[in-house]
Design a protein around this ligand. Sequence first.
Ligand code: TXA
Ligand code: MG
Length: 384
Amino acid sequence: MDTVLYELKDYKRTGSLSEADMAELRKAADILGSGGLVAFPTETVYGLGGNALMKDASRRIYAAKGRPSDNPLIVHITDFDEIELLVAEYSDTARKLAEAFWPGPFTMIMPKADIVPMETTGGLSTVALRMPSHRVARELIRLSGVPVAAPSANTSGRPSTTMAEHCMEDLAGRIEAVVDGGSSDIGVESTIVDVSGDRPVLLRPGAVTREMLRAVLGEDIAVDPAVEHPLEKDVHPKAPGMKYRHYAPKAPMVIVTDGTEDRIADRMLSIAEERLSQGLKTGMIASEEVCGRLIRLKASKELPFMSTEVKGPILLYRLGELLIINIGSSSDEESWARELFAALREMDACGVDYIVAEGVDEHDIGFAVMNRLKKAAGGNIISV
Ligand code: TXA
Ligand code: MG
């Protein structure tokens, strides 16, 4: 199958949808309406969309991603009126959270209505609903005329995609089309809250933070143990997707965290040098501040030739077999969120054998960033 790329040229340049862009979106929407699969941008990451009410579309989504079919999909809508068609129960708590965070990077698990096929919910009696805020996602869903089931548009297990190029990399030949609307703003997947039980539970951290949830709920939200201890054997996550190795680059990875910039830089470089001395191509992901220190430290030992490259959103330094990605200021967790998956993919593209990454503070969206980093590193963390 040839995968068509619909590039929204004017939207990418100006942020508004021209007539020409709308014509492209209509073609993509027709594909969705007739049961085909289309990857499209949202404010969090790109989604791999199909008609959520068609069993076959959902089955094809699992096949295209290589995803286990017990891992349910998120159903995307554009209107508050659609909620009650898709859920069996819309509680007061759910209503309050929907009003506070929709449209936006927020997903709620609710008891499903019969109309939602088990193929879409991975056999569960609950459904995940999200109302995205991204202009392109909203127009596409609205034009398709159906609720759109969309997991992240990556091959199962790989880092999620935040650019159309990355969707093509993983899914070309397996889906009908990709809509290119530029880079996703947030960069990590939506916050998931389960409101199907007695009290709301956070299943996956995202840009709607614990602090923001507390402001609406009036108390701290319960956090699923699998979020804090993702890798303990006897912890069974309530979001089936969180149990799989996830967000993972091909190379093994370690996180260095909890220390001054100097201590972090020292430790990162000593780990990297050990790996380099074993003949391994080594990649580092670090804050702007630590990058500066790393480069000075490295230069004080020998004088490597350093080249700088800009690859999409990524700023990459090459010092021989050592690659360093500057992911933004350590106080700018939003920049980490935006660039993390592209950075992990760049490490794969460069063919590194080992990755050393710096950790971030776990407040606000930093909590979501650390959650993804920990999963990518398989829990391999060093505090300095
Ligand atoms: O930001 C996002 O949420 C993106 C964009 C495309 O909207 N989508 C996304 O979907 O991240 P996906 O499939 O990669 O992640 C969905 C997660 C999985 O961990 C899945 O197990 C969980 O949501 N999930 C879905 N339905 C569920 C349910 N009924 N109960 C518990 N967890 C559920
Ligand atoms: Mg995913």
